[in-house]
Each structure stands twice: as structure tokens, then as C-alpha cells.
Design a protein. Structure first.
Length: 342
């Protein structure tokens, strides 16, 4: 009975601590929180005013005394104190602000991060109230989350395109055979749209507008029906508000450089794949996860460049968080796949 009571007050959680969004999985409940990784603080202090959805609405719109911060950059912690405050807020939110909660936390991290960056993640989670912290590499978490048979001897290949990093990995026998992590993903696609609008039209647009353009009209491969949309921004010459019409083909052209980096990372991973495992991939193909997998034509682009079948996960945005949650139930397996590099 005491054990059950302790388990209730220390509900274990899995966290996909993403550059763009944070997802929290609570044991036996599934994903209970999905919010932007944004924190609004009072300028010049660490006083947190808003976190998640409330803070994202402030991005690019705050008065001088409020700053909206994204504390993670390229998949790693850029602002330690703000990340700690954000984690603390999310842990309290999922546990209904009950006191005395000391959960065990599994956090997904990019496969290419350094020991110093791993330590920062661990320390942030401990400071946020965890009694135990396990790290799991994002591609492994995504593969487990989408249900790939990672314990088999046959090869599984996953491409997880997030906000800050793209993780490409070949997995077999519960381990990563080869992985490649590039700090080019959704944020870089947004930035390339901002730069294109500035270069081609002398129009200054914000991050949110660029992201909306990417989601609504962006594509990685030519579409059967191209569309156009009106974009509002500031004319860099006159300094006045301005509206222009832009086509989906132009947005695709704007994103080509970062898309090519992502495709190259897939190609390099395939080149490093042991020949025995390469044969498995001809049949099994590549699985796409992460928000970038939702970009129209992403699967076609990678398939065209590699000659392999490419599938998009049923719920690519939840893959990493689901994987973190699943390993909470299997302690031995968690020890086998977590704490990368240790």
C-alpha cells in the first residue's frame, strides 16, 4: 500500500524537451501536455511571467519590459535558469500543483550533444524536482514511440526532424548502429523563408509569420497544384506595412538549402550503414518523425534522393514523447537505451 501511495505521489514522466515544443508523458495517462518551449520574463530579471502557449502569443509582440525567450536552441539548453523555470512549471502543471512530487523523469536529447550539454539537462530536471533523471537519445525514443521493432537484429532507420535538430539513426538490437545529428531543422526552414522575403521583396516578416507560411504552403517536393498567399510585413525601404502575394513554389525554393542539408545527412548515414543492414532497409525503408515530417512532400524528396521507400509516422509530433513514456514501463530496457555516452 505504501509503495502504491509513493508511486501515486511520484508519477513518473517522460519529457520531449524540444526547441519548438515540449511534450510531457505521464505514466499510465499518456501525453498530457503539449506546449511551445517559450518563456516570457521581465526584462533584466529571471521573473517568469508566462510559459508555453501564453508566452508564445507574446513572441515578437512584447512591450519593452517583457522578453519572450526560447530557452533551447538547436536542441540544447541556451538559457539554464529559464529552462529550469519552464520545466518546473510543466511538472507542476501535469501534477496539479500537488506538493511533495518527486517524479522519475526520462528526457530525450539530441544524439550529437556533448557531455556538458547532457549535464545541463540533468541538472535542470533535478532542480525542477526530479528524484532521478534518465536521458535517452531522440532517434531511439522516436523509434520506440512509433513502434519500430528496435530489439530485433534487423535494421530500422528513422529520421526525426524537430525544431532545432534533425536526428538520423540506424537502429538494431536495442542500440544505435550509426547516428547523425545536424542542427538544421524546422527553425532553419523558418529562417530561410525570412531571409528569402528580405532578399527578394525587401519585406521584413517575423518568426511566427514564417512558420505559418511553412505550415500552410510549404513543401519539399513539387506539388500537383501550386497555390499562393498574401503575406503582410514591413517594407525595408519605405519602413511602412506592406502586403505581397507569394507562391508555394517560391517558399519551396526559399527552403531548398536547409532541405538539402537534411537530405545529405540521410545520405551520409546510409553510406555508413554496414552492408548486412543495408539489405534490410531496401525492404523496410525509412520512417519520418518530428514536426518536419509533416512538411508536404518531405517523404517524396527523401525517397527520390535515396531510392528507398519512405513512410511518415502516424503521429510524428508525439513520437519522441511516446517513446520516453514507453521506456518508463521497462526499467531494464530503459537502462540499456538511456544515459547515452555514459
Amino acid at each position: 500500500m505504501i509503495g502504491k501511495l509513493f508511486g501515486f505521489f511520484s508519477s513518473d514522466i517522460g519529457v520531449d524537451l524540444g526547441t519548438a515544443n515540449t511534450l510531457v508523458y505521464v505514466k499510465d495517462q499518456g501525453i498530457v501536455l503539449r506546449e511551445p518551449s517559450v518563456v516570457a520574463v521581465k526584462s533584466g530579471t529571471n521573473l517568469v511571467l508566462a510559459v508555453g502557449d501564453d508566452a508564445k502569443r507574446m513572441l515578437g509582440r512584447t512591450p519593452g519590459n517583457i522578453v519572450a525567450i526560447r530557452p533551447l536552441k538547436d536542441g540544447v539548453i541556451a538559457d539554464y535558469e529559464v529552462t529550469e523555470a519552464m520545466l518546473q512549471h510543466f511538472v507542476r502543471k501535469v501534477h496539479g500543483r500537488r506538493r511533495g512530487i518527486t517524479p522519475r523523469i526520462v528526457i530525450a536529447v539530441p544524439s550529437g550533444i556533448t557531455e556538458v550539454e547532457k549535464r545541463a539537462v540533468r541538472e535542470s530536471a533535478m532542480a525542477a524536482g526530479a528524484r532521478e533523471v534518465h536521458l535517452i537519445e531522440e532517434p531511439m525514443a522516436a523509434a520506440i514511440g512509433v513502434g519500430l521493432p528496435v530489439q530485433e537484429a534487423a535494421a530500422n532507420m528513422i529520421v526525426d526532424i524537430g525544431g532545432g535538430t534533425t536526428e538520423v539513426a540506424i537502429i538494431a538490437l536495442s542500440g544505435i548502429v550509426y547516428s547523425r545529428s545536424v542542427r538544421v531543422a524546422g527553425d532553419e526552414l523558418d529562417e530561410s523563408i525570412i531571409q528569402y522575403m528580405r532578399r527578394a521583396y525587401n519585406l521584413m516578416i517575423g518568426e511566427r509569420t514564417a512558420e505559418e507560411m511553412k505550415i500552410r504552403m510549404g513543401s519539399a517536393f513539387p506539388q500537383s497544384k501550386e497555390t499562393s498567399v498574401e503575406v503582410k510585413g514591413r517594407d525595408l525601404v519605405a519602413g511602412l506595412p506592406k502586403t505581397i502575394t507569394i507562391t508555394s513554389a517560391e517558399i519551396r525554393e526559399a527552403m531548398m538549402d536547409p532541405l538539402n542539408v537534411i537530405v545529405d545527412s540521410v545520405r551520409v548515414t546510409l553510406e555508413r550503414c554496414p552492408p548486412e543492414l543495408s539489405g534490410d532497409l531496401v525492404d523496410r525503408g525509412i520512417l519520418l518523425a518530428g514536426g518536419g515530417a509533416l512538411l508536404k512532400g518531405m517523404d517524396k524528396l527523401i525517397s527520390e534522393e535515396t531510392g528507398l521507400p519512405v513512410h511518415v509516422a502516424d503521429d510524428p509530433l508525439s513520437a519522441v514523447a511516446e517513446g520516453c513514456g514507453k521506456v518508463l514501463d521497462e526499467l531494464d530496457f530503459l537502462k540499456k537505451v538511456s544515459n547515452p555516452g555514459r
